[in-house]
Ligand binder design. Structure first.
Ligand code: G3P
Length: 211
């Protein structure tokens, strides 16, 4: 096998290590897929299990994004490398996000890629992450909709890459950013329907503080 294949496969497998499942097992068999929005991610963990559970899910999902996009592309190859390290890192970033969203270990019903992609973006496009997080925080504070905030962050990523690529910043990240934005929007299609219908789950401060 050649480098891109096994490293990408390894990144996918790392993506299938679901924070939501691990913390659920540690908490005596909690299955987030049967609760709230049915999503295995940190937002649904916070909604249904409280802050401590959600922090554990978030940490695992972010860390695996960093590991897959930084450590895996640096591993020794099994053959002639076809891609340079940076290109391989983006490919591994895609793979870990796909692994998180469609984990073979959980019946292909995973999360929506948000925390894992935050890890990947932080590792590969660190200068863009603060803007994405600021947009995320602003929308959550103003509306209470995490899904809308996530979509805003994805839009900010595209805008940053578009605006700064002419200056040479993030000029190699266009295809990766567009692919990941498409994945995030696709995974939020039910959220989008609920937002348009006016019945999306909304966080109130009291919900977060009550546990
Ligand atoms: O992190 C995913 C978030 O954007 C939406 O999650 O559970 O409200 O569908 P959820």
């Amino acid at each position: 096998m050649i480098d891109p294949v096994w490293q990408t496969a390894l990144a996918y497998l790392i993506g299938t290590i679901m924070g939501g499942q691990i913390v659920g097992w540690l908490r005596g068999g909690v299955d987030l897929r049967t609760q709230g929005s049915g999503n295995l991610g940190a937002t649904n963990a916070l909604r249904t299990q409280g802050a401590r559970f959600a922090v554990g899910v978030l940490a695992i999902d972010v860390i695996k994004g960093v590991v897959a996009s930084v450590v895996v592309p640096a591993l020794p190859g099994l053959g002639e490398p076809l891609l340079d390290r940076r290109q391989q890192a983006y490919l591994c970033g895609v793979a870990v996000a796909v692994g998180h969203c469609y984990p073979i270990t959980a019946g292909f019903r995973g999360g929506k890629g948000v925390a894992t992609l935050a890890g990947v973006f932080g590792a590969l496009m660190g200068a863009a992450l603060p803007w994405m997080l600021a947009g995320f925080a602003l929308v959550v504070m103003l509306t209470g909709y995490v899904s809308l905030a996530t979509l805003m962050s994805a839009l900010i990523a595209v805008l940053i890459v578009t605006c700064f690529s002419a200056a040479g910043l993030f000029s190699d990240a266009g295809a990766f950013t567009l692919a990941m934005t498409a994945l995030v929007v696709w995974k939020h299609r039910d959220n989008l329907r609920r937002l348009l219908a006016g019945n999306e789950h909304r966080f109130e401060k009291a919900m977060v503080l009550r546990r």
